[in-house]
Design a protein around this ligand. Structure first.
Ligand code: CMP
Length: 475
């Protein structure tokens, strides 16, 4: 058996302590001998005898201590006995045995009286050892409470020291931080402060955060992330990780991943691994990490004639509509300011047959189908695509809508109201005539599809023109 340097220094410490105890006893007895007139040193040999017996007792206690705590305790409880408990055991047993030996060697000294007369020393010692005793008793209460054990991760103290508990001594709780530093938090401090304990045997959870773009599907993100991390190293298989939306942020969907660890002491590494796996999983699934973005809408004051962007598109679309071909550039621009854009999903009804209508529409993007009811079932009369117009019949005649108009695909239409058209009629008398021709043709188409007698387009148009003029109050 080799003697370690630590054991050597311990032995040295015991020898020095014994010497000090011997000297203290010598001085103490000499003092009281002078005070009381009793000569305690008549048998001076009793001092080395006392020291020898004390040493014997001390080493016996150490052996019992080792047997009791290193073997019996470990066998029964399965873990090492706390140092503080061992030390208290040694101290108490040694104090009792020392007093017994002392009483035997110096039978003439009344220890009881001695203790009572030296109460003042007790007070002085008590005051001097106030902090030490505070720590000592806090240590005892920590042991009695057992809030944590060696190997648990704890967060303790006002500075939130985090680390693995290595032991509890007379004075302090010793933790090893994740930077491999030793932090000693005094027992009295540990007893006062709230301690966050992550027990070694417990499946402790961690939270990891990330953000995705609003355009990415939440259901897909949940699935992808959960599958990516559930099998990761040190992630507990007992509980499936939870992936959930934490908040809807300014520029991203904020996510929270909650997962449980097998070994909590390795949470830094596991957090990092989880983040890494999330990155790769999102990359494979084409889901984009969000980063702070801001959309700025700048209002630009442009000269009236300088029309750009969406307004320009509308002007181009209107000028391509055949009935608006006679309009001047200014008139088309003016008309464009009065139109309203609407978007319809495939299958949505833009116009319902029989409704009253006071506006017409130009197809801007997409396609619509004109349908009439044939024995309760819809029958297609025409399909109108970009640049075509519809809804003019009800607008110009004041009659109810003649057909259903349904979007065949995602379709954008430009709505032109009664007021905008009246203004155009005032300055373009030919416009009413062009429209009356279209209406006449379409009516003919409707009549043909319903097998009604078809009226000549010219006759129809002439009648229409006068009714349009009447309806719009034109001269
Ligand atoms: P309105 O009657 O206001 O509402 C239904 C619209 O369908 C109608 O105006 C026309 O614009 C359009 N429409 C009706 N019949 C036809 C057709 N034969 N060809 C093209 N469009 C038509």
């Amino acid at each position: 058996m080799t003697v370690t340097s630590r054991q050597k220094s311990n032995i040295l410490l015991y020898l020095v302590a014994t010497l000090v105890v011997g000297l203290a006893t010598f001085g103490f007895l000499k003092f009281f001998g002078n005070q009381t007139g009793v000569h305690y040193f008549e048998g001076w040999w009793r001092i080395p005898w006392l020291v020898l017996l004390s040493l014997l007792v001390y080493f016996s206690i150490r052996i019992i201590n080792a047997l009791l705590f290193d073997f019996a305790f470990r066998l029964r409880r399965g873990y090492e006995a706390p140092t503080l408990v061992r030390n208290i055991f040694t101290l108490v047993v040694f104090a009792i045995l020392f007093l017994l030996i002392f009483n035997r060697v110096y039978a003439e000294i009344n220890l009881g009286a001695l203790f009572t007369t030296s109460a003042i020393f007790g007070v002085i010692i008590g005051l001097a050892l106030q902090d030490t005793l505070g720590n000592f008793f806090s240590g005892i209460s920590l042991h009695a409470d057992r809030p944590f054990q060696v190997g648990d991760v704890i967060v303790v103290g006002p500075q939130k020291h985090t680390g693995v508990v290595e032991g509890i001594t007379w004075r302090a709780v010793k933790i090893r931080t994740f930077q491999n530093h030793i932090v000693l938090v005094s027992n009295s401090m540990a007893a006062k402060e709230a301690i966050e304990v992550c027990p070694r045997e417990n499946v402790n959870a961690r939270l990891v955060f990330f953000g995705t773009l609003y355009s990415d599907s939440p259901a897909k993100t949940i699935h992808v992330v959960r599958e990516a991390i559930r099998e990761a190293d040190n992630v507990s298989q007992k509980i499936t990780p939870i992936v959930r939306i934490q908040s809807l942020g300014d520029s991203s969907i904020e996510w929270e991943v909650k997962y449980w660890l097998q070994d909590y002491a390795k949470y830094n590494d596991t957090d990092a691994l989880v983040r890494q796996l999330i990155w790769y999983a999102l990359r494979r699934a084409n889901i984009t990490f969000a980063f702070p973005t801001r959309t700025l809408h700048l209002e630009r004051k442009t000269p009236e004639s300088l029309v750009t962007g969406p307004q320009k598109e509308i002007i181009e679309r209107l000028s391509a509509v055949d009935i608006f071909a006679p309009l001047s550039v200014e008139e088309t621009e003016k008309l464009a300011t009065g139109v309203v854009r609407h978007i319809f999903a495939p299958g949505e009804l833009v116009i319902r047959a029989g409704d009253q209508g006071s506006s017409m529409f130009v197809v801007h993007n997409g396609r619509v189908q004109v349908q009439v009811s044939d024995g309760g079932k819809p029958r297609a009369v025409a399909v109108l695509s970009e640049g075509a117009f519809f809804g003019e019949m009800a607008l110009f005649t004041g009659e109810p809508r003649t057909a259903n108009v349904v979007a065949l695909e995602e379709t954008e239409v430009l709505e032109i109201g009664h007021a905008a058209m009246k203004h155009l009629f005032d300055t373009n008398p030919d416009l009413a005539e062009a429209i009356s021709w279209t209406i006449a043709e379409r009516r003919a188409g409707l009549q043909a599809s319903s097998q009604q007698p078809v009226q000549a387009a010219e006759v129809e148009s002439a009648g229409l023109l006068s009714s349009i003029k009447r309806f719009f109050g034109l001269g």
